[in-house]
Design a protein around this ligand. Structure first.
Ligand code: CP
Length: 307
């Protein structure tokens, strides 16, 4: 197997060489999605289970499309329509899925570490599709792919990640990934939304959006993770938007070639002005397109494919 480990659980533990292999492989799969017949026989006979304990549009759909474009059989399980509602534990669910002998299990869970536990329980490859506020490795990989394809390189770029840093698994995975690939990362947001260990991650920390975006190459806006907040971290959405909603004047501070990114779903007018989300600097929908290619690459590499 070209990847050292059987699972993709986080960017923190993924060597730079493997990130590069995944991005290169993903680029080679982009063309399949532009064909009239969007299917290759590469994973015929393989079975992928998408086990989602949290809501998802982009990640779940793109894993399903990725599997189908590679001719794998893909099965989607939502916690709300599974025996989880009858009280079945994750471990029992895992053992039962393992008994059906799939090749890859993709899991999203509200608990940090749930994919790691699953990976220890089953012999199949496990892909983390987002665990609590810990990591969202496939989002970071598609973000890295998008930046590399638009800028030609990641090394030496200045990237600002803005918003709810404390509750964002996207921020955490991107901080690891961008730094490994040689980018300089600044994070910005309300002080109440900064994790305590943020300085230890080697990033610049700002509370001013204006300061954070000045002179950067990439601005990555984050969704406010209300589902992970146990208390109010800012007085109101209106006041949050006054300080942290990305608008035209922020892009002017960054420069003409700045890329605007957002993992989605977007809160328009709160995190990002609609004209910026839909404007010429935005690569938000390219991120979604690249998500299919990255997930095709991971399914292919984890099931024994060569680069
Ligand atoms: N970016 C992302 O994870 O979106 P979904 O929650 O829709 O999968």
């Amino acid at each position: 197997m070209i990847l050292q480990k059987k699972d993709i659980l986080g960017i923190k533990d993924l060597p730079v060489e493997e990130i590069t292999i995944i991005l290169d492989t993903a680029e080679s799969f982009v063309e399949v999605s532009s064909r009239e017949i969007k299917k290759v026989p590469t994973l015929r006979g393989k079975t992928i289970i998408n086990l989602f304990y949290e809501a998802s549009t982009r990640t779940r759909t793109s894993f399903e499309i990725a599997g189908k474009r590679l001719s794998a059989d893909t099965i989607n399980i939502s916690a709300s329509t599974s025996s989880v509602v009858k009280g079945e534990t994750l471990i029992d669910t895992a053992k039962n899925l393992e008994a059906m002998n799939p090749d890859v299990i993709v899991i999203r869970h509200s608990a940090s570490g749930a994919p790691h536990m699953l990976a220890r329980m089953v012999r199949q490859s496990v892909i983390n599709a987002g665990d609590g506020a810990n990591e969202h490795p496939t989002q970071a990989l598609l973000d890295l792919m998008t930046i590399r394809s638009k800028k030609g390189t990641i090394a030496g770029l200045k990237v600002a990640i803005v918003g709810d840093i404390a509750h964002s698994r996207v921020a955490r995975s991107n901080i690891y990934g961008l730094q490994k690939m040689g980018a300089q990362v600044t994070v910005a947001g309300p002080a109440t939304m900064m994790p305590r260990d943020i300085e230890g991650l080697g990033v610049e920390v700002r509370t001013s959006l204006e300061e954070a975006v000045s002179g950067v190459d990439v601005i990555m806006m984050l969704r406010i993770q209300t589902e992970r907040q146990q208390q109010n971290f800012f007085p109101s959405l209106r006041e949050y938007a006054q300080h942290y909603c990305l608008s035209r004047r922020h892009l002017d501070l960054a420069g003409p070639d700045v890329l605007v990114m957002h993992p989605g779903p977007i809160n328009r007018g709160v995190e990002i002005a609609p004209e910026i989300a839909d404007g010429p600097s935005s690569v938000i929908l390219e991120q979604v397109t690249n998500g299919v290619a990255v997930r095709m690459a991971l399914l292919y590499l984890l099931t024994g494919g060569k680069q």
